[in-house]
Design a binder for this molecule. Structure first.
Ligand SMILES: Nc1ncnc2c1ncn2[C@@H]1O[C@H](COP(=O)(O)OP(=O)(O)OP(=O)(O)O)[C@@H](O)[C@H]1O
Ligand SMILES: [Mg+2]
Length: 265
């Protein structure tokens, strides 16, 4: 099983959308895939997936008797693809427990996340995709530590880039994973690009930006996903590519899946 985490320095870069849509793309290719919501501070994967669950990853972190089977939700029947998810709680009391956790509980949580990883691997999952909280929260770091690849999601603005750069220098350099940058919500001359394909003028701009990032961060830019009004308009009500498989956004996500698979070869 390979684990891929989506992370960012700042909020709202598109981690949740990219995690859920990438997991869908992988499941569509026949890979048994699970999305784990480790964004305990601002969870919205439940809204995106249109489900309400009682037993969440929060419960698993505090109750040693729970296992992956208690928290996994299957979408196999509904969408006819091997897609599963485990959610973070939207209950304020449970969110508070995570924020206030002392050192002992944080150690217990990491152990239980590792146990969850092993259980998913034993259940023959091919991929686990992790959605995290932005910044250097302990739970996000736990997610990064167990990952084989990380996708640092960046929007194209200067504040984002300077903060991300210091996080990369101090945190990512300690990780064992393959670390990529994914540029999301990219705005070029024509926005959104026609049929989702950059024109030659756009491509020149995008490549220039990718090169700046590459040089500043010393990380590979896996892909650049344009800003699509249709994606923004739908907000967080569904997994976009499940509803619109032929939309250019879904094709960009599929390219992201191809690039990640290539990196694991
Ligand atoms: N390529 C895109 N084009 C247009 N809108 C996008 C794109 N990707 C994401 N969005 C929009 O950006 C917003 C933020 O996305 P999302 O919730 O996935 O970000 P996030 O990084 O998970 O945020 P948070 O840090 O708060 O968890 C959403 O409204 C989503 O619809
Ligand atoms: Mg999110």
């Amino acid at each position: 099983m390979k684990i891929v985490a989506f992370h960012s320095y700042k909020g709202g870069t598109g981690k949740t959308h990219l995690s859920a849509n990438l997991a869908t793309a992988l499941a569509r290719r026949g890979y048994k895939t699970c999305i784990l919501d480790l964004d305990f501070r601002g969870p919205n994967l439940q809204t995106l997936c249109g489900v309400e669950t009682k037993t969440t990853i929060n419960d698993l972190l505090f109750d040693p008797d729970l296992s992956s089977e208690d928290i996994l939700v299957s979408f196999e029947e509904e969408y006819q693809i091997p897609l599963f998810a485990a959610f973070a709680s939207t209950d304020f009391r449970k969110m508070g427990e995570i924020v206030r956790a002392d050192k002992k509980q944080r150690q217990r949580s990491l152990k239980r996340i590792l146990k969850l990883r092993d259980e998913l691997s034993d259940a023959n999952f091919d991929f686990t995709i992790i959605d995290t909280s932005p910044g250097v929260q302990m739970e996000s770091i736990d997610g990064l530590v167990i990952s084989d690849a990380t996708c640092l999601v960046l929007k194209a603005d200067d504040f984002d880039i300077s903060g991300t750069k210091s996080m990369v220098t101090q945190l990512y350099s300690l990780l064992d994973s393959i670390n990529y940058v994914v540029l999301n919500r990219v705005v070029a001359e024509s926005c959104p690009p026609e049929e989702g394909v950059w024109s030659s003028t756009d491509l020149e701009q995008v490549k220039k930006f990718e090169n700046t990032i590459k040089n500043e961060m010393r990380m590979e830019v896996l892909t650049s996903i344009p800003c699509f009004c249709e994606v923004a308009r739908e907000g967080s009500r569904n997994i976009f590519s499940l509803k619109h498989p032929d939309h250019p956004f879904s094709k960009h996500i599929d390219n992201l899946a191809t690039a990640l698979l290539e990196g694991f070869k």
